[in-house]
Design a protein. Structure first.
Ligand code: GLU
Length: 448
């Protein structure tokens, strides 16, 4: 069997949010674990609402999340394929013109409902005489085009939901091409899935009914349908859906706020699954044990506050190698960079705080002197170099013996003098990085 090919197919009509990150990552991880390819397809047939800027921001957001497409395609470049497919369906009697206006359809639906009938399109267009068609055309009406479903029940074995069926006899023949000749999503998606050799369609469960229709379209176009998997949708903690415009949860806003990409990825993938939410240090780690069948069928509620906590935990677990390029952007380079990261990471809520702590280690600090007499004794007890990870313990043990102080009374004046901050990473790790000369000056109240 050839390698899997999957796709993530956003419409570039807004910024993507954490709910869109779910299919993006589910597809990305699927490709990663199966040795397959990942296609980013922009569903931009709606030329009015689609924007190049949104497509660019989606690519940048995916890049930030660590999802790298092997191929990027735009539906707006591919209209000729859709036209050819539509012509084929017309020739084979599966795509037929209909002239009803939206108002006419609406009135008809209401009549059906009043009579207790399902509001399914009655295929009146198939019964039009050539004279009636000519009359509509003469009036200036242009047809829209409907796909003639066959009345079968379509069945597939869903990668998340198990055996699924859609009774196509209960659906209206879907409009594939509007009167203005623009395409609805249904046909272009299938044409592209065929042309790009998509083997697995992994998308939200809001598309289950579409899948029934689209499987018939694959068959009408002479192609075997791909495998389908429909994931549950992320909702807020109160169960509300996420719309593209739920700004604060857009990937861009989360990134700007300093939330870690791996926290967003872990949240997007693990929420609403049988995997317990946990911090990961790489997408490979997230991919380990990843399986679509772990997703549950209940709504995937996620808690924004938990996202922030998870983000801090992700930071605490990131090895130096994973952050070295980001540290370098803050000028945190050289031999000290790795011990520095190990000293501070467990204390960070946001990555950017590393820059502040680098300043404490490398820049001049105006010490805060709380207890000068105690600090004089601290200076006297300061161990000689070389300093290492034991120096803090040696120093404070000597000082404790000398002064009888312990706990906060012992440690806090030292912290204030050494860092000019009330709280922060363990001094065990920071002290050797500050070094004896600087530490001495700060303890003596001299900016250093
Ligand atoms: N553009 C569609 C959407 O965003 C794609 C659905 C699909 O994956 O087929 O819902």
């Amino acid at each position: 069997m050839s390698a899997p090919v999957v796709r993530f197919a956003p419409s570039p009509t807004g910024r993507i949010h954490i709910g869109n990150a779910r299919p993006a990552l589910l597809n990305g991880l699927f490709a990663r674990t199966s040795g397959g390819r990942f296609v980013l397809r922009f569903d931009d047939t709606d030329v009015e609402r689609s924007r190049v800027e949104y497509a660019e921001s989606i690519e940048a957001d995916l890049h930030w999340l660590g999802v790298r497409p092997d191929l990027v395609v735009r539906q707006s470049d591919r209209f000729a394929f859709y036209a050819a497919a539509a012509e084929r369906l017309k020739r084979e009697g599966r795509l037929y013109p209909a002239y009803e206006t939206a108002d006419e359809l609406d009135r008809r639906r209401k009549r059906q409902q009043a009579r207790g009938l399902p509001p399914v399109y009655d295929r009146a267009a198939l019964r039009l005489t050539p004279e009636q068609v000519a009359a509509f055309e003469a009036e200036g009406r242009r047809p829209h085009w409907r796909f003639r479903l066959d009345g079968r029940t379509v069945a597939w074995d869903d990668g998340v939901r198990g055996p699924c069926t859609v009774d196509c006899a209960s659906l209206s023949d879907p409009v594939l091409v509007r009167a203005d000749r623009s395409y609805l999503y249904t046909l272009p998606s299938v044409v592209d899935d065929i042309d790009l050799g998509i083997t697995h369609v992994i998308r939200g469960e809001d598309h289950v009914t579409n899948t029934g229709v689209q499987i018939q379209l694959f068959e009408a176009l002479g192609a075997p349908p791909p495998a389908f998997a429909h994931h549950n949708l992320l909702t807020t903690a109160s169960g509300d859906g996420l719309s593209k415009r739920s700004g604060a949860l857009s990937i861009g806003a989360l990134r700007d706020e300093g939330v870690e990409a791996l926290a967003v990825a872990a949240m997007a993938v693990m929420t609403g699954s049988s995997s317990a939410l946990r911090p990961v240090a790489s997408l490979d780690e997230l991919a380990e044990g990843f399986d679509l069948s772990r997703l549950s069928r209940a709504p995937a509620r996620f808690d924004e506050a938990e996202l922030r906590t998870l983000s801090a935990k992700v930071l605490h677990g990131l090895p130096f190698a994973a952050v070295a390029p980001r540290l370098a952007l803050f000028g945190i380079v050289g031999a000290k960079a790795e011990p520095f990261w190990d000293a501070v990471r467990g204390n960070l809520a946001h990555f950017a705080e590393a820059a502040e702590w680098w300043g404490v280690v490398e820049d001049v600090v105006e010490p805060v002197i709380e207890d000068a007499a105690f600090l004089t004794r601290a200076a006297a007890a300061m161990p000689s170099e070389p300093w290492d990870g034991d120096t803090w313990a040696t120093w404070t043990a000597a000082l404790k013996a000398d002064t009888g102080r312990k706990g906060r009374a012992l440690f806090h004046p030292l912290r204030l003098a050494l860092t000019a901050r009330d709280a922060g990473p363990d001094l065990k790790g920071l002290l050797p990085l500050i070094g004896r000369a600087r530490a001495w000056d700060r303890i003596r109240g001299t900016p250093a």
